[in-house]
Design a protein around this ligand. Structure first.
Ligand SMILES: Nc1ncnc2c1ncn2[C@@H]1O[C@H](COP(=O)(O)OP(=O)(O)OP(=O)(O)O)[C@@H](O)[C@H]1O
Ligand SMILES: [Mg+2]
Length: 262
């Protein structure tokens, strides 16, 4: 069974800006897919729909067979349920979005601590829960190579280090699907490698991921599949080597040759 099933997602802003025109795809457990496409093609809007930051006008989103969103069924759109549904997804933005007033460790722990406070036995198990959350956060930060930097604040870290904290933070709640929106495009070129290495290692550990990226070589080598979007539709999708090296659609070819020229 697919981890994620996206069916017929459409989104129009301000009544006449049609951004997504019927997006269908699915993801198997452990699969990573790269989404490529020119600026304005709807990639960020699609990720925002999946993470319940934007409400689609049409379509369905299923995770592990459960319908999390159905545009035709208001019962799936209750505000009170959205936070729980969001937990299926982790999201890493282009600009890290860390909390400046918290250390790296606190940034990674924060969401888990808020969630723990909602547990009925929180007051009796407070210490034990806090300890578990801290150990989990420390392990995640070590895994992304920041074991020595855990107690520093975001302004004391490089862009690449901040982005690795953001990845650890997104992993802390053990999402089913980890989404990246151009995770390296705000970084200086010499810092992109350290972030891409972390994502590559997650792919090797079979984390299920959706990676919006402009790094074509990375998409080809790391993602199992590539989806090419243009004008709010999926023009082409397939095995990553196939799509990047031998695209079948003229629009994909044009997009890739524009990239190759730059
Ligand atoms: N909240 C909004 N209100 C109105 N229009 C929006 C909104 N969000 C996005 N759009 C429009 O939707 C279109 C697609 O935007 P989106 O950010 O999804 O593109 P993208 O593929 O992520 O582009 P980029 O590669 O530049 O990040 C753009 O024309 C944008 O102006
Ligand atoms: Mg975008």
């Amino acid at each position: 069974m697919a981890v994620l099933d996206v069916k017929g997602i459409c989104k129009t802003f301000d009544k006449n800006t049609v951004v997504l025109r019927g997006i269908d795809f699915s993801l198997e457990k452990g699969e990573s897919v790269a989404i490529i496409g020119s600026s304005g093609s709807g990639k960020t809007t699609l990720l925002r729909c999946l993470n319940f930051l934007t409400t689609p006008d049409e379509g369905k989103i299923l995770v592990n067979g459960e319908t999390l969103f159905d545009a035709d069924d208001p019962a799936t759109q209750k505000e009170s349920e959205i936070r729980r549904k969001r937990l299926h997804f982790g999201l890493v933005f282009q600009n890290f979005n860390l909390f400046p007033q918290y250390t790296a460790l606190q940034n990674v722990m924060l969401a888990s601590e808020l969630l723990a406070k909602e547990q009925p036995d929180y007051h009796t198990r407070k210490k034990e829960l806090h300890e578990e959350i801290r150990q989990n956060a420390e392990k995640l930060l070590k895994d992304v190579g920041l074991g020595e930097k855990m107690n520093l604040y975001p302004h004391q870290l490089s862009g690449g280090q901040q982005q690795r904290v953001a990845i650890a933070r997104a992993l802390a709640l053990k999402p089913d699907i980890l989404c990246f929106d151009e995770p390296t495009s705000a970084l200086d070129p010499e810092l992109t490698g350290e972030v891409l290495r972390v994502i590559r290692s997650l792919a090797e550990q079979k984390m299920t991921m959706i990676i919006v990226t402009h790094e074509m070589a990375f998409a080809r080598d790391v993602a199992d599949r590539v989806i090419f979007m243009d004008g709010g539709v999926i023009v082409e999708q397939g095995a990553s080597h196939q799509v990047i090296e031998h695209p079948t659609q003229e629009r994909t070819r044009q997009f890739l040759s524009r990239y190759a020229e730059n």
